[in-house]
Design a binder for this molecule. Structure first.
Ligand SMILES: Cc1ncc(COP(=O)(O)O)c(C=O)c1O
Length: 396
């Protein structure tokens, strides 16, 4: 008999999964190019050549023990390369002991939350947010506390302050953000740090950074390590190197943390006891040789521009995302996000209702789909607007 907790979660299902299955059904009927499936954020660019060069080299030049266990935090050589990179970006002195190599960001988040949370302690999440956070927090008997952002999806410091209780243990930030694509400015990170430092107990900031290398319009994403003291980074190469299936990432504890030593030890212990033991050996070695590589970000930017134009030109509204892989468009007035998603599906446009990100009134569209599909979807967006009596802002 499975646990009642898991039974309840199974009954809840996943909005994104549902859309994924609907997408497959429609593609079987209409053909892949005529279904505009913006529901899943699966990075579709190939990894840069540095990755395959490293894999070939490792296969051609094996070293004894290269497939063996290592310390639970990962190879020291890999952790040093990561620490040096993040030191240069943040001007902090970060040593390899700050880093624990993980099985992607999902594992990193679970390692960190397991290390921080006692039963019933609260973690603030900023809506809209990546819905898996709820599961990660509840895995470790924590309680998510949802704080809405403003109309541009920027965190509101006064709202966060009002949500803090004696049980608040951490806050999760995610910039560039899934699903809104917004990038938090340095001034906001400073304000957050100042507010948290004035609290009467330590509150850790968990910076979930899988999209930090995917920024557009010439923007550099402010490095949270430079602005927030009690910070723990969760990073993965799922997006920046297009390796989501390979499962490689890290946690990094800022040396400015008040409980730096306890935190670094706790995360390594959690990593071991939660069952990851250590991050994949080969992929750590690949990362050593690809540390400065990334996918062709201009390609994502081009597709963001095309999809954003389709949405705006058809007559809809949306904040323009500066990063990540998503557009979080406004649902037209008078409709719920689920109703709007259904109307879109009639034109073979698949989107995820914002309620799935604790933010009804919006829908998420992932632009990591083929350029042909984005171009072909223009007509369908115009048709949706016409059905709703919305005036176009440009020609088809
Ligand atoms: C905001 C956010 N955090 C974490 C993850 C998990 O990433 P990973 O594949 O590295 O586990 C994702 C994946 O899409 C994400 O969007």
């Amino acid at each position: 008999m499975i646990s009642s907790k898991i039974k309840a979660k199974l009954a809840g299902g996943s909005a994104i999964r549902k859309m994924f299955e609907e997408g497959n059904r429609l593609k079987a009927i209409y053909g892949a190019d005529n279904v505009f499936d913006f529901s899943i954020g699966n990075p579709d660019l190939e990894p840069p050549h540095e990755v395959s060069d490293a894999l070939k080299d490792l296969a051609d030049n094996p070293t004894p023990g290269m497939h063996g266990y290592m310390s639970n935090s990962g190879y020291e050589s890999t952790r040093k390369i990561v620490a040096d990179k993040r030191s240069a970006e943040s001007s902090l002195q970060i040593g390899p002991d700050a880093v624990c190599m993980t099985v992607g960001a999902a594992c990193a988040m679970n390692d960190v939350l397991h290390s921080l949370l006692d039963d019933g302690e609260e973690v603030i999440v900023l809506a809209p947010y990546f819905m898996e956070y709820n599961g990660y927090i509840e895995n470790h008997n924590g309680v998510p506390v949802i704080v809405p952002t403003d109309e541009n999806f920027m965190p509101v410091i006064s709202r966060i302050k009002d949500a803090i209780t004696p049980k608040t243990k951490a806050i999760i930030i995610n910039s560039p953000n899934n699903p809104s694509g917004v990038v938090y400015p340095a001034s906001l990170l400073t304000e957050l740090n100042d507010m948290l430092k004035a609290c009467d107990h330590t509150i850790h900031v968990i910076s979930d950074e899988p999209y930090i290398d995917l920024a557009y319009d010439g923007m550099t994403v402010p490095c949270a390590l430079s602005y927030i003291d009690n910070l723990i980074v969760c990073f993965s190469w799922s997006k920046s190197l297009s390796l989501p299936g390979e499962r490689i990432g890290y946690t990094l504890v800022s040396p400015k943390n008040e409980d730096y030593e306890d935190l670094t030890n706790a995360i390594v212990l959690s990593h071991r006891t939660l069952g990851s033991v250590n991050a994949p050996a080969i992929w750590q070695k690949v990362i050593e040789r690809s540390i400065d590589a990334k996918v062709d970000v201009a390609n994502y930017e081009h597709r963001r521009n095309l999809l954003y134009s389709n949405i705006i030109d058809a007559g809809f509204d949306s904040v323009k995302p500066n990063g990540a892989l998503y557009i979080f468009m406004n649902t037209p007035e008078g409709l719920t996000d689920a109703e709007f998603a259904e109307i879109c599906a009639k034109q073979n446009i698949l989107v995820v209702p914002g309620a799935a990100f604790s933010c009804p009134g919006y829908c998420r569209l992932a632009f990591c789909v083929s350029e042909t599909s984005i171009r072909n979807s223009r007509k369908a967006f115009f048709a949706v607007a016409e059905e709703l009596g919305i005036e176009h802002k440009a020609e088809l």
